[in-house]
Design a protein around this ligand. Structure first.
Ligand code: BGC
Ligand code: CA
Length: 329
């Protein structure tokens, strides 16, 4: 009986090698790694650049050994929608997730879910609290230090002031308008704070004329600036936008009112660089979507490979002015 089994096994082996159904890696094909990416909403210029780059970077790494199957969801700025999308990734046994939360207060719920399913996760762009990040070791955060972007905006304003291009009414005070991003986002508060802090640190007095939320949105940025113009008109000496989309909206409103006022943004998106070229935008700060996309993907794959990571990784901001904008186009 035993001999007969050995014989069968041998025949199977020989047949196998003839018909080619043995299981060497070439013949079973590359292994598939399923990467789920949840974006807070698709209708956002910066996050669109970011997600496009993550996808390109991942699929660019496809090889004979591995195929990255990437699925990206649009949270539509609604946490309930995004949580459902993450539940779906978990139900479909995704290998690793990259999450741009809608609402930071949902971080602990999401972390508990991915932990229960043992799916390593990288948070991007919106930083969960330090306490939330302690909930599991297979999570990390990739972002950029918002304080620095604010400080660079302040430096741009100071340089314009020193060049004599800001103090229209000659009172020695910088009268400004601040367009803020969404309240839930750490970048909004920090850019608002650090831009003005830098101006004051250089000994320039400031007067806040108007400070409202444009929620990162170009149309809202235009509407809020139009409201500021209606209220303060020529008193406005500089406009700070927490991002480029709102700054570009501000430029539209100023043009419509026939006003020329320095406007400073953050992100260095393509339309913002064009606006610098056209002389409409005074400066911006590169929020490096390519660098952040690559770092997030690298960290996701490192977590998947079982590496122990830090709790946060930072990609530097770069100041962008009419002198150097071409380097970023
Ligand atoms: C960017 C904004 C973007 C926001 C999305 C910020 O870091 O500067 O342009 O709308 O992230 O969360
Ligand atoms: Ca003034």
């Amino acid at each position: 009986m035993k001999k007969l089994l050995v014989l069968f096994a041998l025949i199977a082996l020989v047949l196998g090698s003839f018909t080619g159904c043995s299981s060497t890696p070439e013949e079973t094909g590359p292994k598939t790694v399923k990467v789920g990416i949840a974006i807070y909403k698709f209708d956002d210029t910066f996050m669109t650049n970011y997600r496009t780059e993550m996808e390109a970077y991942l699929t660019g790494m496809n090889s004979d050994e591995v195929t990255y199957e990437v699925s990206i969801t649009d949270g539509k700025n609604d946490q309930a929608t995004q949580t459902e999308q993450i539940d779906n990734f978990i139900a479909q046994a995704y290998d690793v997730l990259i999450v741009n939360l809608v609402d930071l207060t949902a971080a602990s719920t999401i972390i508990e879910k991915v932990k229960a399913a043992d799916i390593p996760t990288v948070f991007i762009n919106r930083q969960p609290s330090a306490d939330d990040m302690k909930l599991w070791d297979k999570i990390t955060y990739v972002g950029a230090k918002a304080e620095d972007s604010g400080t660079y905006q302040g430096e741009i304003a100071v340089d314009l002031w020193n060049a004599g291009g800001v103090d229209k009414n000659g009172d020695g005070v910088m009268q400004y308008v601040m367009l803020m991003g969404q309240e839930i986002h750490q970048d909004a508060a920090l850019r608002t704070e650090y831009s003005i802090k830098k101006v004051e640190a250089e000994g320039i007095k400031v007067e806040k004329l108007f400070e409202e939320r444009g929620n990162w949105d170009r149309v809202l940025g235009q509407e809020k600036t139009a409201a500021a113009i209606a209220q303060f008109g020529d008193k406005i000496e500089v406009v700070f936008g927490n991002n480029d989309d709102m700054a570009l909206g501000a430029i539209e409103a100023l043009k419509a009112a026939g006003m020329v006022v320095p406007v400073i943004g953050v992100d260095a998106t393509a339309p913002a660089l064009d606006a610098i070229a056209a002389g409409d935008l005074s400066g911006t700060v590169l929020n490096d979507s390519v660098g952040q996309a690559h770092t997030s993907v690298d960290k996701a794959l490192a977590l998947l490979a079982g590496e122990t990571l830090e709790k946060e990784y930072w990609v530097p901001y770069v100041k962008v002015t009419p002198e150097n904008y071409k380097d970023f186009q």
